[in-house]
Ligand binder design. Sequence first.
Ligand SMILES: [Zn+2]
Length: 264
Amino acid sequence: MQERDHNLVGAVAAAALLALGVGGLATQALAQSGPGSGQGPTQAGELFVADNLRAIFYHELGHALIDRKQLPIFGQEEDAADVFSALLIDALFDEQSATDMAYSTAFGFLEEADTLAAEGGEVAFWDVHGPDLQRYYNLVCLFYGANPEDRADVAADLGLPDERLDSCPEEYDLAMASWGPVLDEMAAEPGGRAFVLAAQGAGPAQSVIGEELAALNRQFALDRPMTVRVEPCGEANAFYDPETGEITICTEFADELAASAPAE
Ligand SMILES: [Zn+2]
């Protein structure tokens, strides 16, 4: 299980605490990382799926909060949602678990890029999302920038060039200046009911998101509950629907992630 950072008084404060914390640099392979090292390939694959499902949910939560709170976004909304996901990965977990998640989700973007290349597809520069490799580097940059003292090895291990490295702490500060007040507001009255799970059937997506929502409900509150559906959709997708105000995580996404989990 992931070790969560339970002292989330305020996201900005928590991030500052983490930045001051003793960092355990994780440069080991995915299978050897996480609680209970010596995990087998299956457990590593499950961790990859769970970490990516969480990061995808955080991304959709970014969209949901932008809509519900009418947050001004000066740039592409998809980028803002990615930034929010990266900030939560940094803020919600202890150093080791957060580092594991950063590796998993970074590899998730790499897998997408590799799959596209293997299929002979071209990068869709017109797409509302940034190219997968750019999303990869943006994630690594923000994760490094959140704690540069302890994460230089992570950034090097994940191939972030020096040309980008220098600006990452400032990029993180700007991201926290934008999203920090939103997180602080959510964390100000913990113990309320923020998220309601509406799951169909049982499987990894239902259990991962169910546990995630329960954990978030212990730390965050919203002005009114937000429903998160986990159900079959006929495609590997996840989305926020502004019409209903609900987030949907398609169970097919877990299947696709399991199929693309890095082999050992
Ligand atoms: Zn999105």
